[in-house]
Design a protein around this ligand. Structure first.
Ligand code: ADP
Length: 255
């Protein structure tokens, strides 16, 4: 689905990522992890042309920079870590997700309007659809941007720290939506997270950055069974099965 080949990112003389290779598996929910400053946002920024890099990034086997912006916007949607304050309403923002199909300021068709309303409903925001974003809570605003991504209806979604500032239950709901997108609607999702416990409950796969490289790319279980929780984060990992049969992973400090 997505491949990074020999990707290097450098700010001035500081190398953040060097010679990075990784493969993001199709129809999986992959969490991008690494300590603060390990390059997660920088790497994701490459996918929307925000971070200068060398090397190749292939999306569905095509070099990303060879895909026209409008085509790319039909293939990949992106939720940045910080979202702009805006006087747009939830519905107006969600409608922006249809821009790759209708053109900027283009006429929305009935089909577009249905998708917009459905996306707002899925994010539980119908009661706030006409409210401006700058009058919403942080969690509601996050959901509004997710509604815009849903309306964009791309096979590949990328989210940078999507649950920062959400409470525990909101985080669980947010991840449940991502799981539905992947496991029922066959989307591919890559998201960066720093709260390992909640992210690992949701994710299928892990991409881990450490010492300027991708030190792991593969299944969550293999990551947990490796030495990497200890060597990268200084944490122990343990998986438990709860009463309804769900497995959950806990990271904890040995201190
Ligand atoms: P993470 O998302 O893993 O916390 P970032 O990608 O935000 O890491 O940052 C990686 C490193 O690159 C950090 O040391 C950060 O200070 C630096 N950095 C990020 N963006 C810039 C920039 N625009 N200019 C210079 N340095 C940057």
């Amino acid at each position: 689905m997505l491949q990074f080949e020999n990707v290097c990112i450098q700010y001035g003389k500081t190398v953040v990522l060097s010679d990075l290779y990784a493969h993001i598996e199709k129809e999986k929910l992959t969490v991008l992890i690494g300590k603060n400053g390990s390059g997660k946002s920088s790497l994701l920024g490459c996918l929307i042309g925000q971070t200068n890099h060398t090397g190749r990034i292939l999306l569905q086997n095509k070099p990303l920079d060879a895909i026209k912006p409008r085509e790319r916007a039909k293939m990949l949607s992106f939720l940045p870590q910080t979202m702009p304050e805006s006087a747009l309403t939830v519905r107006q923002l969600t409608a922006l997700g249809r821009t790759p199909y209708s053109g900027l300021g283009g006429r929305l068709q009935d089909g577009d309007r249905k998708i917009i309303e459905h996306s707002i409903a899925r994010c539980d925001l119908l009661h706030l659809a006409d409210k401006p974003l700058n009058k919403l809570s942080g969690g509601e605003r996050k959901r509004a941007f997710l509604a815009m991504l849903l309306a964009q209806d791309t096979p590949f979604l990328v989210l940078d720290e999507p649950t920062a500032h959400l409470d525990t239950l909101q985080t669980a709901h947010f991840y449940a939506t991502l799981q539905t997108l992947v496991h029922e609607e066959k989307k591919t999702v890559l998201f960066a997270a720093h709260d390992l416990n909640s992210a690992f409950s949701a994710a299928d796969n892990v991409l881990c950055l450490h010492h300027k490289q991708a030190v792991f790319s593969g299944s969550k279980q293999k990551f947990i069974e490796s030495d990497l929780p200890k060597t990268v984060f200084g944490l122990h990992a343990q998986t438990v099965t709860d009463t309804d049969g769900k497995t959950r992973t806990f990271f904890y400090s040995p201190i």
